[in-house]
Design a protein around this ligand. Structure first.
Ligand code: NAI
Length: 689
């Protein structure tokens, strides 16, 4: 008998979960666990069992890579393991340090007592993968902690610390040190009670929830589901499962299992799991780009506007030294104020201790002196989006940065090579495209210039990790991955305005699909003048045969630049967006249709969604065949993380793979015909296989 997890200590058996790196409950570990339990049960020297992990993880839950494979359903399944724990005639105490998540927490819930280190993190994050806990979490947790705490842990999916859960009823003891001693003491005392008083072992299964109050509470929770939660079946399923927690445990477990399996087989959960793996994959560099990153301790940021200040904040938060450079004292003061204002806000909101903020700000060196750049290991340029300005700035950076420093541009659309080539060291230059707000958004496009050295790219990827971002490597093409796809999408949405839809029709349809915001509301928010400026810059080289929608230009000509001028596609009163567009906008749009000779027609929401998505898919296929994206899944990461594409739809590539290919190709032909000159039909093969 393989009893490798089992260790005998005095009258106790210590079972230590051991499946690096996170003790996931794959089939082999489940098997070893059952064997160890049987050994402890049979060992006459043993009166109680302590189940533990290591300092970092108790257990991070199921092995997601087993999902949908025969190993997931091979005995012993997790439910069997849990039932062996719960029905063990000797007390089983969980000793929890580090994380206990998903199946890991469910394992602890099946134990007769739980003791945790105060820093331990406990949670049931299944909903984030479009699932519900599938091995008793929805049944045992509310029995122990009541509905409020159970809902808080499961609906948000965020873990809580043992310190936060100290009075919840989940934990029998929370300690600041000596976890094993405390857990062993608890095990011995349970064994004593059992021997002396013949009391039954405390089991979650033996508790009951009141059916009426549960039903009323869940009904109110159901009524509060947001539109986005309603698009994800896991939320309603979670409430259904909790309702079943009023039944005898075995019936409740059965209902939970049915709901879990339905969700697991459904598209939203597959999409969410796809994103989970795609994000992990994105941070890996292709084999031919393996190189040691250059060390980075001090970052210089040139330009302390919206982006520069945001990047400075996340670099300071990551413990780096930051030199913040501006063109003059007034701009520098505004930039510095953005950073200090941010920290003051965090302190005032109780989200950061004053001492921590002070230590971050102490690492900030605001300056207008270019000589200071010589101290930087990496320089990030975030000045105006204008090639000539950026080239001038890069010449100065080149003159002052030390040899070997990595030089990055945060450009959104410009050619990284045209910037790199004004320096004497284009091999040290790359793009680092942050998203706004830069201290919040996780996505970072790491743009590979034609001459970027492998270790420079490695440094960009490593910096992304240091800043707790999701770095995605992409090629140097107009708009890189994200903005290029978003442009194609927005263009298609503008076509739909000319064809007959109003901005609110397009926005509502795409929000109903799950986008955080529709494209016209987004445009108003970021300001129409950015696009207007770019359009004017491109006017001279634009092919006159191209279908060009001038609605945005006309809005800007009328001073409607979006939210900041209280009018754009929509109008704004006290910052509140109007529900529909006004007569001015409708007139501009109607004129645009007329000029193109289009008889306006109503577009159904489903058609709007399909056209917008197909435009994305077509562009995604092109990016992949051009090598701008090295992996199809990277495209999904970029769109979900940076552009509000609904995570539970997986991204444009995942979405495309769920569609009928012939129908998609037929509809793309129609889009191409309607767009006319300049619309390139992509070959979908690489994207779909
Ligand atoms: P911004 O206008 O808020 O800030 C630009 C700053 O650069 C200003 O403070 C200006 O004084 C400074 N600056 C200009 N010329 C300079 C020079 N010669 N030397 C030193 N400082 C100089 O612009 P924002 O929005 O921060 O954009 C900066 C860059 O980031 C642009 O390339 C933009 O395309 C890119 N970006 C912007 C995003 C956004 O959502 N705002 C998102 C991602 C990238």
């Amino acid at each position: 008998m393989n009893t490798d997890l089992y260790q005998h200590r005095g009258p106790l058996a210590i079972i230590t979960l051991d499946n690096p790196p996170v003790n996931s409950l794959g089939h082999a570990l489940r098997q070893r666990l059952v064997t160890a339990l049987a050994a402890a049960q049979a060992d006459t020297r043993v009166c109680a069992i302590v189940l533990t992990g290591n300092a970092k993880v108790f257990c991070a839950g199921a092995d997601v890579s087993e999902f949908g494979t025969p190993r997931q359903t091979a005995e012993p399944v997790l439910a069997t393991v849990l039932s062996r724990v719960e029905n063990c005639t000797k007390p089983v105490v969980a000793a929890i340090a580090g994380v206990a998540l998903g199946g890991g927490l469910e394992l602890a819930l099946a134990c007769h007592a739980r003791v945790a280190l105060e820093s331990a993190k406990l949670g049931l994050p299944e909903v984030l993968l479009g699932l519900i806990p599938g091995s008793g979490g929805t049944q045992r947790l509310p029995r122990l902690v009541g509905l409020d705490t159970a809902l808080a842990l499961m609906m948000g999916g965020q873990a809580q610390t043992a310190r936060q859960l100290i009075d919840s009823g989940l934990l029998d003891a929370v300690v600041s040190a000596d976890l094993m001693e405390a857990a062993c003491a608890r095990a011995i005392s349970l064994a004593d009670e059992l021997a002396v008083h013949r009391t039954a072992l405390p089991r979650a299964r033996d508790r009951q929830l009141d059916a009426n109050t549960t039903q009323a509470r869940l009904a109110s929770e159901r009524a509060k589901l947001t539109p986005r939660q309603q698009l994800q079946p896991a939320y309603a399923a979670l409430l259904d499962a909790l309702q079943a927690a009023t039944l005898p445990l075995d019936q409740g477990l059965q209902r939970e299992r049915e709901l879990f399996l339905q969700l697991q087989a459904g598209t939203p959960s597959k999409a969410l799991r796809h994103q989970f793996f795609a994000e992990r994959e994105a941070t890996k560099r292709p084999a031919k780009l393996q190189a040691e990153p250059r060390p980075v301790q001090t970052v210089a940021i040139v330009g302390a506007g919206t982006m520069g200040a945001g990047i400075a904040i996340c670099a300071l938060d990551a413990g780096l030294n930051v030199i913040l450079l501006e063109q003059d004292a007034a701009a520098l003061q505004r930039g510095q104020q953005r950073v200090t204002g941010h920290y003051q806000g965090r302190i005032a909101a109780g989200k950061m201790k004053a001492a921590v903020a002070a230590s971050a700000e102490a690492r900030l060196s605001p300056t207008t002196d270019w000589e200071q750049l010589s101290r930087a290991d990496l320089v990030i340029e975030a000045v105006f989006e204008d090639l000539a300005v950026k080239q001038e700035v890069f010449k100065k950076i080149d003159a002052h940065a030390r040899p070997g420093a990595v030089l990055a541009t945060n450009t959104s659309y410009l050619d990284v090579d045209a910037i790199a080539n004004v320096t004497r060291r284009p091999q040290d230059v790359l793009g680092l495209h942050f998203f706004s707000p830069a201290n919040v958004m996780k996505l970072l496009e790491v743009v590979r210039g034609g001459q970027s050295a492998a270790d420079v790219l490695a440094t960009g990827m490593a910096l992304g990790k240091t800043l707790k971002k999701l770095p995605v490597l992409c090629g140097n093409a107009f708009g890189f991955i994200g903005n290029r796809i978003y442009n194609a999408y927005r263009k298609q949405c503008e076509f739909m305005l000319e064809d007959g839809a109003w901005p609110e029709d397009v926005d509502a349809a795409l929000q109903a699909f799950g986008f955080a915001m529709g494209p016209f509301a987004v445009a108003d928010l970021s300001g129409l003048d950015i696009a207007w400026r770019m359009r004017k810059a491109q006017a001279a080289t634009r092919d006159p045969r191209e279908r060009y929608v001038a609605i945005l230009d006309h809005l800007c000509e009328q001073g409607r630049l979006g939210r900041k001028t209280d009018a754009g596609y929509y109008s704004y009163v006290d910052g509140k967006k109007s529900k529909t567009t006004d007569a001015v906008v409708r007139d501009i749009i109607t004129q645009a249709s007329l000029q193109r000779g289009i008889t306006r027609r109503e577009l159904a929401a489903a058609d709007i969604q399909r056209r917008a998505l197909l435009a994305m898919v077509n562009e995604a296929a092109m990016l992949l065949s051009e090598g701008v994206a090295s992996r199809a899944s990277d495209i999904d990461v970029v769109l979900v993380q940076g552009y509000g594409f609904p995570r539970w739809e997986g991204g444009p590539v995942f979405w495309a793979r769920q569609q009928d290919r012939a129908a998609m190709e037929r509809d793309l032909q129609t889009l191409a015909a309607e767009a006319g000159h300049g619309f390139v039909l992509a070959d979908l093969s690489a994207l779909l296989n």
